[in-house]
Design a protein around this ligand. Structure first.
Ligand code: SF4
Length: 165
């Protein structure tokens, strides 16, 4: 049922939705990583921990995907092949995120688009590409995917917060 001002919750994701979400996120991470390595490689280690370990090893394994109806009820995933997401998630969770889990969630999603900028400043082309891909992912989440998302425990979820105008 479509109510004015409220998006229909999605179950499975279309191919273009997956291509958009996955390619913009991976591109953002790769450009950020390359930009840091080109300037001062030692500082890529924290970014590897934040982005390349933080997303699969913390956000997907422990925080959000264990609570995701798209994966557990519809067998689908927006950000990765469902087989990989199912392999990452050890057991389904229903309890809301704890204060520490929310802190980790925000820390990771704030540092991923901000941490590389200092090292990208000296490379305007890479900086522009990074800001473009980061904007694509975050704005895509905020204005499209999060308004249709069934993971009501996710701090980004805007499906439940969308008021009927
Ligand atoms: S769609 Fe669900 S399983 Fe896939 S990344 Fe998002 S929260 Fe995790």
């Amino acid at each position: 049922m479509k109510v004015k001002g409220q998006c229909s919750l999605t179950g499975k994701f279309s191919l273009w939705e997956k291509i958009y979400a996955q390619s913009s996120f991976i591109a953002m991470g790769v450009i950020g990583t390359i930009g840091i390595i080109l300037e001062d490689w030692i500082w890529v280690i924290p970014y590897m921990a934040i982005c390349w370990y933080g997303i699969p090893g913390i956000v997907m394994r422990h925080l959000i995907c264990p609570r995701c109806p798209h994966l557990h009820e519809y067998g689908d995933c927006l950000q990765a092949p469902p087989t990989i997401s199912k392999w990452l998630v050890k057991k389904r969770k229903t309890a809301p995120l704890s204060a520490f889990e929310k802190f980790l969630f925000y820390l990771i999603f704030i540092l991923i688009p901000t941490y590389p900028i200092y090292w990208l400043m000296s490379n305007p082309i890479l900086l522009s590409a990074f800001l473009l891909t980061a904007s694509m992912w975050y704005l895509g989440q905020f204005f499209y995917f999060c308004r249709r998302c069934r993971v009501k425990e996710c701090p980004f979820n805007r499906a439940t917060m969308t008021r009927i105008k």
